[in-house]
Design a protein around this ligand. Sequence first.
Ligand SMILES: Cc1cc2nc3c(=O)[nH]c(=O)nc-3n(C[C@H](O)[C@H](O)[C@H](O)COP(=O)(O)O)c2cc1C
Ligand code: SF4
Ligand code: SF4
Length: 229
Amino acid sequence: MVKVYCFSGAGHSLSVAKYIAEKLGTDVLDVNKCGHADKKCRVAVVVFPVYCQNIPKKVKEFLKKLDSEYVAFAITYGGMSYGNVLSEAMTFTLATVVAGALIPTGHTFLNGGNDFDKEQLSLFIEGLKSTEEITVPKYRKNIFADFFPEWRSRISVKISKSDKCIKCNLCGDNCPANAIKEGNINSNCIRCMKCVTDCPNNALSFGTGLILNLYLNKKRRKRHMELFL
Ligand SMILES: Cc1cc2nc3c(=O)[nH]c(=O)nc-3n(C[C@H](O)[C@H](O)[C@H](O)COP(=O)(O)O)c2cc1C
Ligand code: SF4
Ligand code: SF4
């Protein structure tokens, strides 16, 4: 049995997960809401984004508890850098890793769209039939990548609430970091932008700081999906 799990902030990884799930005739399970029984399966496809060249903390916790025989990673990133995330993800599971994909999508902070290469992703889905462990190169990541990544996101991105907020607390109910209540954000926030994306009243918006803007504008973007099958 194949299960598709997803962690997603602004919806890029969710688009990929939905596509994979549809092709496999199943539903997407939310990493943040999975119970103990949901975490057991034969083949797990885990879809998640790169945040600051790292695996989001919630995904690391999830992988440690995932009880599958085989696992495949579909990792989205904003075309900047994926650090060494695929290789690192492999260290969080005892399952045999049968496929990996590094998938460039739009960048959350550039309001990028959710497009991805569907043809390439079909090859990834085919790869789920394998039972052979893949080998993955160890990539170099930026020397600052492990320096308080969540704190760096917090100081670089400001989230503001407008008077359109109706205090429904949908944002609070769905936040993966327990970082918001009725539109008011606390210091647990990882700037995943789920609350901004999902607010039914568009009451939340974000702005990026100067250094992040320079980084987002200058760096050459990677454009091609990389597959490990
Ligand atoms: C906090 C944060 C940090 C990010 N760091 C990186 C990064 O290091 N490299 C990169 O290429 N994209 C980075 N991105 C962009 C996301 O990886 C990319 O847009 C991804 O598809 C977002 O998926 P999601 O919408 O499912 O969360 C970052 C996005 C966020 C919100
Ligand atoms: S989801 Fe939007 S409207 Fe509802 S409490 Fe949060 S910010 Fe306010
Ligand atoms: S409060 Fe922060 S961590 Fe929670 S959904 Fe919003 S951006 Fe993500």
